[in-house]
Design a protein around this ligand. Structure first.
Ligand SMILES: Nc1nc2c(ncn2[C@@H]2O[C@H](COP(=O)(O)OP(=O)(O)OP(=O)(O)O)[C@@H](O)[C@H]2O)c(=O)[nH]1
Length: 414
């Protein structure tokens, strides 16, 4: 059965992994008993456009897990904190191989980079460190680890490859299945490279290229430039933006998000998670609400901190960025939210609160078919047919995508 997507957070010590994880997991939308699964795994909330908005049913949308406010739905997604990576990890430094073993299970990575330059490669306090270096060494650790595992056995891999007349995809998939790879991932990797020589004649340079391309396919990575609230961040952001694909970069400030959510929870401010909108009691009074929205009065210190955060983060960058970090990871993975329903006219689930709609939502990878989704949700139950909105039959080989074949009802046969 296809398993749920898993996103790993990586980065050197003190880059802000735990803070980012906390800012993503402590959503006020937390319902259904989700907390940290173990010290390393947690549930974050991915924001998506919910199907309820398409049908004007937002007031009756009641997710079983997560929440939905005016058609913006928070869907739970599993996150993994992969701590302890330092240069030399593939040779066992730091938590080394333990770190790399944890990484195997991730479908995409968020590399949290301390863009303030106030921590060195090992996470020790400093000033003026160049964080662009971290992006290169972290990736090269992953590549070196995969390559090392492959080269250790390359002689026998080659001999077996020739003896059983395997294809390159078969032989490599044998080696890469431990990283959660599939034949499709390996095939895409090799297609992109268009190699001419047979596997048994690959030079070390060719193997390097194969491992690099495989790393790109298997571990697509979002670069989260964290600590943008720090005054030294600007020049480092500019430098990294020139070196990396801007499409994979998100700017964020994890402590700002944690601070705003905390004050909102305590009733001092009104804050829409992940947005640029923060209102204090004073703001609301100035806007004509004599009661100040029922908010508590901020003390001088927190008022100054909010002002500073508006200037340094919210007005300049549009938000604290952490919600966008997760959305970007979902985007590079191509996750599609699918809404299984019992009834394709009312969109109800046919149990419990009978007026509630779109109670369930699952995230599947791009290019999944209706049959893939059926297996994920219904397991081995025999499916007689599948219906979309309005009771229209949908063929099992259809691809699901946002807005198309993403509301499904599985009718079980006898
Ligand atoms: N200025 C600033 N500091 C931050 C931000 N996020 C985290 N920090 C600080 O950076 C330090 C390290 O943060 P952590 O979240 O513990 O970092 P980590 O990557 O989990 O570190 P390890 O647990 O050692 O791997 C803490 O002192 C945080 O308060 C941020 O957005 N801005």
């Amino acid at each position: 059965m296809p398993r749920d997507p898993l996103i790993g957070l990586v980065g050197k010590p003190s880059a802000g992994k735990s803070s980012t994880l906390n800012s993503l997991t402590d959503a006020s939308s937390k319902v259904g008993g989700f907390t940290t699964i173990d010290p390393q795994r947690a549930i974050g909330y991915l924001q998506i456009d919910c199907a309820c908005a398409r049908y004007g049913l937002s007031d009756r949308c009641k997710p079983n897990y997560g929440s939905c406010v005016n058609g913006r739905r928070s869907v739970p997604i599993e996150l993994l904190d992969v701590a302890g990576l330092v240069p030399g990890a593939h040779q066992g430094k730091g938590l080394g191989n333990k770190f790399l073993d944890d990484l195997r299970h991730a479908d995409a990575l968020i590399h949290v980079v301390d863009v303030s330059g106030t921590t060195d490669a090992e996470g020790k306090n400093t000033r003026g460190y160049d964080p662009s270096v971290d992006i290169a060494w972290l990736r090269s650790e992953i590549v070196a680890w995969i390559k090392g595992n492959l080269m250790e056995k390359w002689g026998s891999i080659k001999r077996r490859h020739v003896a059983v007349k395997a294809t390159a995809v078969e032989t490599l998939q044998n080696q890469f299945s431990g990283y959660g790879s599939t034949s499709a991932v390996v095939a895409r990797t090799l297609d992109k490279l268009g190699l001419k020589e047979p596997l048994e004649e690959w030079s070390e340079e060719t193997i390097d290229r194969v491992v690099n391309a495989f790393t790109d396919e298997k571990f697509p990575t979002v670069i989260a430039l964290n600590k943008i609230d720090h005054p030294d961040a600007d020049k480092n952001i500019a430098k990294i933006a020139k070196m990396q694909d801007p499409n994979n970069i998100v700017l964020c400030s994890a402590i700002s998000e944690i601070f705003l959510r905390k004050l909102a929870k305590q009733g001092y401010i009104r804050y829409t998670e992940g947005s640029e909108f923060v209102d204090t009691r004073e703001d609301l009074i100035a806007e004509g609400d004599p009661d100040g929205g029922g908010l508590k009065e901020l003390d001088e210190k927190n008022r100054a901190r909010i002002e500073n955060l508006r200037d340094m983060v919210l007005y300049r960058f549009g938000s604290t960025g952490v919600v966008q970090v997760l959305s970007k990871a979902a985007e590079i993975l191509g996750l599609v939210p699918v809404f299984p329903v019992r009834n394709t006219t009312t969109f109800g689930s046919g149990s419990g609160d009978s007026k509630a709609v779109f109670r369930d939502c699952v995230l599947v990878k791009k290019n999944s078919t209706v049959a893939d989704v059926a297996r994920k949700i219904m397991g081995d139950a025999p499916i007689a047919y599948v219906e979309g909105p309005g009771g229209i039959r949908i063929a099992e080989d259809q691809i699901v995508s946002v807005g198309k074949n993403d509301i499904l009802s599985f009718k079980v046969g006898k």
